[in-house]
Design a protein around this ligand. Sequence first.
Ligand code: ADP
Ligand code: MG
Ligand code: MG
Length: 245
Amino acid sequence: MLKIKDLHVNVAGKEILKGLDLEINAGETHAIMGLNGAGKSTLANTIAGRDDYEVTKGTIEFMGQDMMEMEPHERVAAGLFLGFQYPVEIPGVSNLNFLRTALNSVRKLNGEDDMSAAEFMKLVREKATHLNMDPDMLKRFVNVGFSGGEKKRNEMVQMAVLNPKLAVLDETDSGLDIDALKTVAEGINVQRREDTAVLLITHYQRLLSYVQPDKVHVMIDGKIVKSGGKELALELEEKGYADVA
Ligand code: ADP
Ligand code: MG
Ligand code: MG
């Protein structure tokens, strides 16, 4: 699904990722844990294909394709979903319109017709209900005036509707109360299947009590310095990064 080799990335002329290796197979959920400034968001932004992230060395393969050759929208069309720490607010665009546009543009890039309005509404209502979102929120402008927890819940509804192959979630758990955290976990867990993969990027092990990863990686200073099973997350929490790595 995702194969990263010796990835070096510069941001504003400074090297932030310094030789990162990571391989995630279909059916797997991985967690990357690291302190602030380790380069976790830089990795997420690089996978997204954001402009300011300059890959100076190494390779990223996604679904067997060279990711560096793919535009950001082509990555999304191939099945990439990115959830960010601070979801954007889009005044003037309703959640429903946003979702329909996103879904249909992905379908179009894959040579499929638009989903009918009726079919779309059925899909969105089903996903919203499943994730305990008040259907009225679908009519509101994207994330405008939403609480932190509502934004994350909204992001999980977006993910469920788009049904990606690979979901990369950057600190999607930060600042959530326990109910919102459980909703996020539920959203992630329904996305875990034999043909999908999930990469959770997180600072704390809290979320990992609800979404049990197959593998945990420790990131320090732009590199993965240690990998292990889910017990590694608990060890990190207990002993701290300095002792574990
Ligand atoms: P993390 O997500 O692990 O907290 P980041 O990837 O956000 O780490 O940041 C890693 C390092 O890169 C930090 O030292 C940060 O200051 C720097 N950095 C990130 N984005 C930028 C940017 N747009 N301009 C300059 N420096 C940046
Ligand atoms: Mg940070
Ligand atoms: Mg970050």
